[in-house]
Design a protein around this ligand. Structure first.
Ligand code: NAD
Length: 256
């Protein structure tokens, strides 16, 4: 059984991880960290400070805020605890703190904890490696109407990976088209953001040749997709050496 310390435990992801951990059977949540006003009424086992939990070996799973991430990284480095971290939009000094912790403990960071997206990224690399370079790459993503950033970080990561594999400069990404955009340049990757309704996360990579095309598509239907990936990551770091890891390392470990 792997002990878990959840940071951001009252949040949407914290609750999704707790629920998935209870169903998985090989985890025990031994502590929950969140800001005081967010604790459920009459809650036991909650604290605002990760250091208030004394435990020999727990994996810290953090989906909170930049400050929560910073505190989790400091705590993990000081106590020798593995860290799984998913907070997005970290300022550079917090990223640096996470990297510093990875010199002492295993740390797994991902902007998207879906194992399906990690597998899609692999499939994309394989397809680009096999196809003639004239095939066009376009990415279409859909998210709910409340999402603040466009395109999604995941679409950007997929587009950047494809761009790098083709050896094209950063300016090759094209965000939407309108007016007389003219014929499509060969060294271009179109990225298109659709917003509306309650889509959790839908990413389509279109690879288009002459008279044929391929669609690689991943759809997340709810947060449990990210929670399952976070638990797979927790199993991975529980027995990993210190270092900075990503979800592709989890896929590789599964294949062994
Ligand atoms: P949320 O707002 O529902 O939950 C965040 C929780 O963290 C809240 O309960 C909040 O009180 C708590 N928190 C804030 N500061 C804290 C601190 N200093 N210490 C402890 N707890 C603190 O948000 P969410 O949807 O659960 O997302 C949380 C973060 O995870 C966001 O950055 C989001 O973008 C990211 N996220 C990442 C993935 C992924 O796959 N990597 C998936 C979903 C969300």
């Amino acid at each position: 059984v792997i002990a878990l310390l959840l940071v951001g435990a009252a949040g949407r992801m914290g609750r999704a991880v707790e629920q998935a951990a209870a169903a998985a059977g090989d985890f025990e949540v031994m502590g929950r960290v969140d800001v005081p006003g967010s604790w459920p009424p009459g809650a036991q086992g909650w604290s605002a400070d990760p250091a208030s939990f004394a435990h020999g070996r727990a994996v810290v799973v953090e989906f909170s805020s930049p400050e929560g991430c910073r505190a989790a990284a400091v705590h993990c480095a000081a106590r020798g605890l593995p860290l799984v971290s998913g907070t997005t939009g970290l300022p550079p000094e917090v990223e640096a703190g996470v990297t510093a912790a990875a010199a002492r403990v295993p740390v797994l960071r991902a902007a998207n904890f879906s194992l399906g997206i990690a597998a899609l990224a692999r499939a994309l690399r394989a397809a680009l490696g096999a196809l003639p370079p004239e095939w066009d790459v376009e990415i279409v993503e859909r998210h709910h109407r409340r999402k603040l950033d466009s395109p999604s970080g995941t679409a950007l990561a997929l587009a950047s990976a494809a761009r790098a594999q083709r050896g094209w400069p950063e300016g090759a990404l094209r965000f939407g088209r309108e007016g007389r955009a003219g014929p499509r340049p060969a060294a271009e990757i179109g990225v298109h953001a659709v917003r509306g309704g309650s889509w959790v996360g839908d990413h389509e990579v279109l690879l288009a040749g002459e008279g044929e095309w391929i669609e690689l598509r991943h759809v997340a239907t709810d947060r449990s997709a990210f929670a399952q990936g976070a638990l797979a990551a927790a199993r991975f770091v529980a027995s990993a050496r210190p270092g900075l890891y990503n979800l592709d390392d989890v896929l590789s470990a599964k294949g062994r």
